[in-house]
Design a protein around this ligand. Sequence first.
Ligand code: HAM
Length: 419
Amino acid sequence: MSDSKIKAPRGTFDVLGEDAAARSALEARARAILEGAGYERIETPAMEATELFARGVGASTDIVRKEMFTFEDAAGRSLTLRPEGTAPVCRAYVEHGMHKRRQPVKLWYLSSFFRHERAQAGRYRQFWQVGAEALGSEDPAVDAESIVLLATLLAELQVREVRLRLASLGSTESRSEYRERLQAHLRANEQELSEDVRSRIEDNPLRAFDSDHPGTRAVMEGAPRLLDHLSAEDAEHFAEVRALLDVAGVSYEVDSTLVRGLDYYTRTVFEFTSDALGAQSGVGGGGRYDGLVEQLGGPPTPGMGWAAGIERIMLAGEAPPTAPAPVELFVAIEHARADVRRAAFSLLSEARSAGLAAQMDLGGRSLKGQLGQAGALGARFVAIVGDGQTTLRDMQGGGQTPIATGAVVHAVLRGHHAL
Ligand code: HAM
């Protein structure tokens, strides 16, 4: 053995043990909620053409500027490990002609994503998101339904101290007029701003609302707010989303300073935070992206969705109980002889084919050791396969009886009243 152990790369982690069981339980809840609401599962590749994110997420965002794992394949094509799921889902929507299906097309995923960020608690370089995207309808009910589904998921997973912030960015047209106003305000106060914000006045002035630089924050207090400059149509859309959330009993704060780290948003944007988390308080967020599909070469198609971080949900939630599946039958062998082992293995296969949760010893243990293992697994019945005869033991009732090997499965399925 070499003396230098190889570890998982910085910002990545193994999923195992109770953590793996808790994630399976979370996935089962997400599936029940989302598929119950008509969302179908989609999984896209872990890597995509780099251009998808440059065009989709926006060249001026932190994600594209500094956080992508990008490499060239052998043919010199630039590929990127997906930093997020919305652009890939839109790519798949176009590639599979999903605009021809009944709209909206509703898709959900639970996948891992990659961002080259400074690793810390709640922020990793490979992390998992559950996400939901609805493409093909601009009905405000799509927005409200989508937000309610995430609220439901977070509530069911008992994520603590959740707050929902909500805003509207308006459509691209109404936003461009506002952008000019904001840029004028930023330029008028340029010397107060952080270096970073100053360098983005041209291409991404809205990000200034997201800064924690004290000078910038002071300037932003007095900045014009997008919510005050929505077109009548956008304002009406936003009012309807809020009315529907009220009807559904989901509480929220309207926050005119809410900005998201991706450029594709239009109209509704939202973020769920948990005060139980530290600095990385964002549990999940999303919004509308009515221009994205077209930007990626598809037909004009509105879209709305969200993604939530699995690790952050687990950090801020109550871990669901993860009782291991009960073992219904443990097959033990009396002698370590090949014919006995084969008979036991055949019984194991038969039991599993009949739908029983069955196990047998794979560690070469003595009979005593095997019975100990069956006890540790909480096995309901143990079949001890011997030389020409089998014994069935009821681990709850305590009784045992000789039985033909071929009759074991039937007896276990019946709960074996005879013992
Ligand atoms: P996002 O806000 O970038 O949105 O990410 C969504 C969630 O993923 C965050 O709220 C956070 O919980 C989790 N997350 C992000 N980065 C990390 C990280 N480095 N480590 C751990 N967790 C992280 C999106 O990705 C959009 N695609 C959401 C969306 C879907 N918008 C519309 N549809």
